[in-house]
Every structure is written in structure tokens, then in C-alpha cells.
Write a protein that binds this ligand. Structure first.
Ligand SMILES: Nc1ncnc2c1ncn2[C@@H]1O[C@H](COP(=O)(O)OP(=O)(O)OP(=O)(O)O)[C@@H](O)[C@H]1O
Ligand SMILES: [Mg+2]
Length: 271
């Protein structure tokens, strides 16, 4: 097939595909069947939230999508390309993924802009380009004026914004986030949810967000994937119909609360 033909095929492929994923962790002490029979297609620019009880395999699933954990069985593809070639990760494909964890993991001795630009430095991008890009990103995530600040001088929300900006530095097609706002207070979290919505719209990134918070999932997602307890399997997928941009006031509407109540019910049934 010609190169042009391949591009056309890839453009039609889902942004992310999980096919018959199984994950079994084996250690000397125990064997844990963490995930089973996971099949999921995620479309370009889609916003997916993953919820489920503690220990059901959400982080494992996100790490599998990020290429940080290899599934025991099954396939992971990004834009039609396999993430793994045997035991080796496909670098080019993995480089299109940005990851944000619960702990922002900033380097304390680097300023905000240097933390944000670190992935660019590691990719050999010149200093001037790095600086310009870091400044753009500070504006995008609402950190203008703090470019030269150090992590210790920032609030929890600002640290997490720095981590998001860093994940966006090399313009990933996909943003994978594991409870990025879990440590924040409710008001800061609401604000971050609004900002994440704008960031997703501005960057047109595909987003996969793991969260404990049902309201956060309903507010942000196009689809919510609910995992059952271990071994985690997809229990339900809920389509969230609200138009964007969504305002916080949406959470007080009966249609919003109906969806949240149904998800709560499913989670409680599994408890
Ligand atoms: N590296 C590992 N080695 C062995 N077992 C692991 C490993 N990582 C995860 N597990 C096990 O896999 C299961 C799923 O863990 P995972 O961290 O994915 O859950 P989670 O849904 O993210 O939980 P939480 O909501 O508490 O963050 C757990 O039983 C966990 O102990
Ligand atoms: Mg987790």
C-alpha cells in the first residue's frame, strides 16, 4: 500500500483502541487478575472518563493506554498503530501521548517554565523555541506571571496546571490523566474542570480521564466507562449528551443529576 493510502487508513482509525485486553500481575507473593476482556474504541477528540471502585484497575488501564504497562493479552493501538512490537514500545506512537498523574511530579529546582519545557529539552528542541512554547502554555493553563516561580511557591491547583502544561508541551494527540485533581479542594477542582474543558477544546486533544468523582466525570466526558470490581471489566458505557461549552450550573440540572444517580447506583451495586 502507498504511504498516502496508509495515512488515509490511519485517519479513519479510532484514536485509541483496546482489543481483548487482559492484565495479570504476577509476583512471588500473589497473582492479581487486574483487567479482563476490555474492548474499547476511543474516537479522535473524544473525552472519555473512567470510573470504578478503588482497585478495579483504572490506573492499570490508563498505564496500558500510555504504554507504561504491557497487557498480558490483547492489543493497544493509537491512530491505527500498535503501541507494542513484541516487548518493545513503538516510540513514535508513545510520543503522541501526554500523561498527567495525581502527583504533579515537578522538579523543585526548576522554574515553572523549565518544568513545562523539560520534555522539549529532552527531545533536543532549542532554548528559544522552548521558552516561546512554555510561555504559550502558561497562558493556556492560566499561569501567566508565574513562569519564573518555583513549584514550592505554587498552590496545589497551580502545580497541577504546570503538570498539564508539561504534558501538552510536545503537542500530544492524546492526554491521559489519572485523578489529576484528586488532591484539590472542591472549589479549585470545579475551576480546574472548567479549565480542562477549555484546554481540551483549544488543543483538540483526545482525553482519557480517570476519576473517583462522578460529577467530574459527567461534567467533562462525552462517554463514561464504568469498570466493575476486580478483575476490572467494562460494566457500562454512558453517553453524556450535554452540549459544550458546559457551565458549572449544569450540575444542578435534573438531567445531569439523573445520569450521576444512575452511575452512583451501579457503583453501589458492585460494592
Ligand atoms: N505493579 C503492580 N504489581 C502487582 N499488582 C498491581 C500492580 N499495579 C496494580 N496492581 C493491582 O492491580 C489491581 C488494580 O490496581 P489499580 O491501581 O489499577 O486500581 P485503581 O482502580 O486505579 O485503584 P484506585 O482507585 O485506588 O487508584 C489492584 O489489585 C492492584 O493491587
Ligand atoms: Mg488508581
Amino acid at each position: 500500500m502507498s504511504a498516502v493510502g496508509e495515512t488515509a487508513v490511519n485517519a479513519a482509525a479510532p484514536e485509541l483502541e483496546l482489543i481483548a485486553i487482559e492484565k495479570i500481575f504476577e509476583s512471588q507473593r500473589a497473582t492479581t487478575h487486574a483487567l479482563t476482556g476490555i474492548d474499547l474504541d476511543i474516537a479522535r477528540e473524544e473525552f472519555i472518563a473512567i470510573i470504578g471502585q478503588s482497585g478495579c484497575g483504572k490506573t492499570t488501564l490508563l498505564r496500558i493506554l500510555a504504554g507504561l504497562v504491557k497487557p498480558s493479552e490483547g492489543k493497544v493501538r493509537a491512530a491505527g498503530r500498535s503501541l507494542w512490537d513484541g516487548a518493545v514500545r513503538d516510540r513514535e506512537t508513545v510520543n503522541k501521548l501526554g500523561v498527567v498523574f495525581q502527583d504533579p511530579n515537578l522538579f523543585p529546582w526548576y522554574s515553572v517554565e523549565n518544568n513545562i519545557a523539560l520534555p522539549l529539552k529532552l527531545r533536543g528542541i532549542d532554548r528559544k523555541t522552548r521558552k516561546t512554547r512554555a510561555r504559550e502554555l502558561c497562558e493556556l493553563v492560566g499561569l501567566t506571571g508565574f513562569e519564573r516561580a518555583y513549584p514550592r511557591e505554587l498552590s496545589g491547583g497551580m502545580r497541577q496546571r504546570t503538570a498539564i502544561a508539561r504534558a501538552l508541551s510536545y503537542r500530544p494527540d492524546v492526554l491521559l490523566m489519572d485523578e489529576p485533581f484528586g488532591a484539590l479542594d472542591a472549589m479549585t477542582r470545579d475551576k480546574m474542570n472548567l479549565e480542562l474543558q477549555s484546554i481540551a477544546a483549544a488543543t483538540r486533544a483526545t482525553v482519557v480521564l480517570v476519576t473517583h468523582a462522578i460529577n467530574e466525570a459527567v461534567f467533562l466526558a462525552d462517554r463514561i466507562v464504568l469498570l466493575s470490581p476486580r478483575p476490572g471489566r467494562i460494566r457500562s458505557i454512558t453517553q453524556v449528551p450535554f452540549p459544550r461549552p458546559r457551565q458549572l450550573e449544569l450540575e444542578t440540572r435534573p438531567e445531569f443529576q439523573d445520569i450521576a444517580r444512575e452511575l452512583r447506583h451501579q457503583l453501589d451495586e458492585d460494592a
